[in-house]
Design a binder for this molecule. Structure first.
Ligand SMILES: Cc1cc2nc3c(=O)[nH]c(=O)nc-3n(C[C@H](O)[C@H](O)[C@H](O)COP(=O)(O)O)c2cc1C
Length: 631
């Protein structure tokens, strides 16, 4: 291996071992966007301050996510002797004094917050973390450093064989790197599943220079945060993957196109890029090898369609963020019209693992056509919105029960949406589909980049379609009339149905939209009506109820429901009156009533007075409050 790299890795390993054996307690606090939203910054500050003020023999460090995103802040504590590490959840700022006293000062445990024993022996109260339902069956390769290393410290990455894959790639020729990638069977993780090695080979065979390597870190699908977890938790893994791609394709310049809405990921990726420059891993004459590679973090401006690779290229090129007509493909004419390769964050992150451990090791974890591991995030009405890494293949039903903790409040799963707003909606019968690519392709949709949203009976299918189509309309770049006009028309029709104006011919309009939008230039327009198309199959009864019967079974669509006072004796009714933003709830002769003309169906009254208020079908005749019921 390159002598400079070898020496950096060796000294980082020595420093890591020395730090682990310095007789001080190690307190690793997960600080990422999910945990910060639950107070991790305050926890970190309180821990640091208390350790300093009490002169405790402990080191407090920032680390990435374990995936337990619903019970942050997570804190792992390793004993002073280094023999035992326990992972704790929900360590909020107010719990810090007691936590430190019991876990650090007294050297004991705090079982009520413990998730499991990471290293060492389990106890009657704290089982092994590996036996936790959320961890069983996970194979954490991409996530291996998360929870252990500080994402801001390149030496921590070196100490865990970081950049060793790049070191090996430096000794391989481009063909050999690409062969290893092809042998691994890695398919792009951005949703398409196209073999990454083939894409790199296209760029290698390009005839023009310079050639560019781009990392697509736009991650715009609502419900997907796989890429964020990686960038915030182990940014050097992505840089290393891009360096390997650059070697394979003879590229000298790269960009990480990172979405505007990920400020922490931007900060951490930029910091990691700066460190890589400082250590001679980026720039001119990398590690004295004569090879050059400059890498820039490019901040997107919040456009979903700029996640489409040619829209992204246009955006860096300073043009409007509009997908280009293909061909030419990016490998022929991409950034600045030069040959370009675009891959997803997770695709690049796998490259160091493949080169370091070999294609055979990497692929053998999966017995499916899709090789390697895949990260997934689960959200919606589930108990455990978190992030996991597993081999492809389990049934959706099993991952819902095991890793997402089942549906909230004991409700039944009505359906799920894999793959973001351009993908479709499936019903509970489809929970038997596997987490592989083909079953979704066969249904005219896709598994996507790893975000899966589950919903229960309280979700209205028509309202969800309204959300997805309105999103697609908003995010349309405006280039194709089919796309911007078609999504606009779809939203108009859906909202008319939601307002009680459904017509049976609306189904024909939807069918026409599906067959028309397919002529849009890019996948955004082509797949925009997939939510309608798939839900018309999976939830046809519910659509027809809305269109023909003018009923919304979930009690959501504004024109099909009304709010009434159900129980005059409910003590929460004054709260409902108070919270109503349009003063639709009033008292008449001591009786509460709703002025339907003023009511905007926001549902706030039902939230504060769930027993006193009721949602009924708009077509039901409501007996005015106080009037005697007619026989
Ligand atoms: C509207 C739209 C948005 C997209 N957003 C993303 C995204 O945020 N991240 C991503 O990796 N791919 C996204 N893609 C797919 C990319 O165009 C491209 O296929 C992908 O970056 C290729 O990387 P891979 O081969 O590693 O999967 C999007 C596609 C479309 C049509």
């Amino acid at each position: 291996m390159n002598a400079r790299l070898e020496s950096m890795i060796a000294s980082a390993k020595d420093a890591w071992t020395a730090a682990q054996n310095n007789g001080r307690v190690k307190i690793n606090v997960t600080v990422d966007t999910s945990s910060i939203a639950q107070g991790a910054d305050a926890t970190l500050g309180a821990l640091r301050e208390a350790v300093r003020a009490n002169n405790l023999a402990a080191d407090v460090q920032v680390t990435g996510s374990w995936g337990f995103c619903w019970m942050e802040p997570c804190v792992a504590v390793r004993s002073a002797a280094g023999t035992r590490t326990v992972l704790y959840a929900n360590v909020t700022e107010d719990r810090v004094p007691e936590f430190l006293q019991r876990v650090v000062v007294d050297g004991g445990d705090m079982p009520e917050l413990a998730l499991g024993v990471v290293e060492g022996n389990p106890t009657a109260e704290i089982p092994l973390l590996a036996d936790h339902q959320f961890m069983k069956g996970q194979v954490r390769r991409l996530m291996a450093n998360l929870g252990t290393t500080d994402p801001g410290n390149v030496d921590h990455y070196f100490a865990h064989d970081g950049y060793a894959g790049f070191g090996m790639a430096l000794e391989m020729d481009a063909e050999a790197i690409i062969k290893e990638m092809l042998d691994s069977g890695l398919g792009g993780r951005g949703g398409g599943g196209f073999p990454t090695g083939r894409k790199w080979d296209f760029l290698r065979n390009a005839t023009a220079d310079p050639r560019y390597i781009i990392c697509n870190a736009d991650e715009g699908d609502p419900g997907a945060w796989v890429n964020r977890i990686l960038m915030e938790g182990d940014p050097h893994l992505i840089i290393e993957g891009m360096l390997i791609a650059a070697l394979a394709a003879h590229s000298t310049e790269g960009y990480i196109y990172l979405r505007y809405e990920y400020p922490l990921a931007i900060e951490r990726m930029q910091h990691a890029v700066d460190q890589a420059y400082e250590r001679g891993l980026l720039g001119k004459d990398i590690l004295g090898t004569g090879k050059d590679f400059d890498l820039f973090v490019f901040k997107g401006a919040g456009s979903y369609v700029c996640g489409e690779e040619t829209g992204l290229i246009n955006s860096i090129d300073s043009y409007r963020g509009m997908p280009r007509i293909k061909p030419p493909f990016p490998a022929q004419a991409g950034l600045w019209n030069k040959p370009t390769n675009v891959n997803n964050v997770e695709s690049y992150a796998n490259a160091p693992l493949i080169i370091r451990n070999g294609a055979q090791w990497w692929s053998s974890v999966s017995d499916q056509k899709e090789k390697g591991t895949k990260m997934f995030t689960f959200s919606g009405q589930v108990n455990w919105p978190g992030c996991i890494e597993i081999p492809f293949g389990p049934k959706v039903r099993d991952v819902l029960d095991q890793y997402a903790g089942g549906m909230r409040d004991g409700r039944k799963c009505k359906g799920f949406q894999p793959g973001g707003p351009l993908s479709g909606m499936l019903n509970a019968a489809d929970l038997d589909l596997t987490l592989t690519l083909d079953p979704y392709r066969e249904k005219g949709m896709f598994l996507g980049s790893g975000g899966i949203v589950f919903f229960d009976e309280t979700a209205c299918i028509v309202d969800m379609c309204n959300f997805f189509l309105a999103f697609c309309e908003d995010e349309s770049c405006g280039r194709c009339t089919t796309c911007h006009g078609g999504t606009q028309r779809a939203v108009e029709v859906i909202r008319r149905i939601q307002n009680g104006g459904g017509r049976e011919t609306d189904v024909n309009i939807f069918e026409q939209l599906v067959t028309t939008l397919v002529w849009s230039n890019c996948l955004h327009g082509q797949f925009a009506p997939t939510a309608i198309k798939t839900s018309l199959k999976a939830f046809r009864d519910e659509w027809m109820e809305h269109i023909v019967d003018k009923r919304c079974r979930a009690g959501v669509c504004p024109g099909l429901i009304r709010y009434v006072v159900r129980s005059q004796g409910d003590p929460d009714l004054p709260k409902a009156e108070d919270i109503c933003p349009t003063r639709a709830i009033y008292q008449d002769d001591g009786q509460y009533a709703v002025d339907d003309a003023l009511c905007i169906r926001c549902g706030a009254c039902k939230e504060v007075a769930p027993n006193g208020m009721e949602v009924v079908d708009a077509i039901v005749q409501v007996v005015p409050a106080g009037a005697a019921a007619a026989g």
